[in-house]
Design a protein around this ligand. Structure first.
Ligand code: SF4
Length: 279
């Protein structure tokens, strides 16, 4: 059932009624996924989520976003029935994209989940999260916050046109880390010829050192839908040569060792979680 709709910037926002709030997560690090929105106003050109999002928000990536208008009502009921676990907020959208400033669904969800004994793992590219420092502080031992930062250079504008400036993300990360909350940085995807230079990632590793954040590194994984979307917005993509990732990864890991920062590849992270789960 479709309800109200509004326009924010270049995005059409449509309210929908969802059937459930929490879903089983396909990611090994989470027990549940919670996505208050379908689609994402940040419109990153490399976004894999467009391939997992059904209907209009997936087909018109960044141009149409659905809001689960009854999410809080559903979640309030589900937390009484479901066993507490780790909730990934959000796994196929950004929980702090601009529409969150109106609906506050991420804020209210964190509040409900943490008070019900769940742990919330938040990942964003937005400084809007700073609005919720009060609730993050209250839930300090039940939340972790990750910022995706792919480069500290202005190249970010080409690949993440509507996301916050990396300096704004860095400053938000510092404020959250100052509260004693566990923080991490997702350094990825690293795309050949776009953000694979030392000047892209060394400042990010320095930021991780300063905030005592773990760094999770990942390379771009081409998917057909994403490549098509990317080529419509970027003229300069180049395929990776055979040993491109080995070289880039080798240099990143060396810089991490030099700074004494805990860096891990996304693959190694998944492997470690799976091994823990198998024991
Ligand atoms: S912020 Fe995340 S979910 Fe949103 S478009 Fe970018 S990569 Fe996709």
């Amino acid at each position: 059932m479709m309800n109200r709709q509004l326009i924010i910037g270049n995005t059409v926002i449509k309210e929908i009624r969802a059937k459930s709030a929490l879903s089983r997560s396909g990611l090994p690090e989470y027990d549940y996924a919670l996505n208050p929105y379908l689609g994402c106003q940040h419109g990153c050109i490399y976004c894999y989520a467009m391939d997992f999002t059904k209907g209009e928000p997936g087909m018109k990536w960044g141009e149409v976003v659905y809001v689960k208008a009854n999410l809080i009502e559903l979640l309030s009921r589900e937390v009484r029935r479901f066993k507490p676990g780790i909730v990934g907020l959000s796994t196929i959208t950004d929980p702090y994209q601009p529409v969150e400033s109106i609906y506050k669904l991420s804020r209210k969800s964190i509040e409900i989940l943490c008070r019900a004994g769940f742990h919330v793992s938040i990942q964003t590219k937005s400084a809007l999260i700073i609005r919720d420092l009060d609730i993050l502080k209250e839930c300090a031992d039940r939340v972790d916050v990750g910022f995706t930062i792919t480069t500290m250079r202005n190249t970010y504008k080409v690949i993440e046109p509507m996301a916050a400036h990396p300096m704004a993300r860095a400053s938000a990360l510092r404020r959250i880390a100052d509260l004693g909350i566990e923080t991490w940085i997702f350094l990825g995807p690293i795309i050949p010829g776009i953000n694979d230079k030392r000047e892209d990632y060394e400042p990010i590793i320095r930021l991780a050192k300063e905030t005592d954040s773990q760094v999770i590194i990942d390379r771009f994984r081409p998917r057909q839908v994403v490549i098509k979307f990317m080529s419509s917005r970027l003229s300069m993509t180049r395929p990776a040569s055979g040993d491109w990732w080995v070289k880039v990864m080798g240099l990143i890991m060396k810089i991490c060792r030099d700074y004494g920062v805990n860096c891990i590849t996304a693959e190694d992270e998944w492997k470690t979680i799976k091994e823990k789960g198998d024991k």
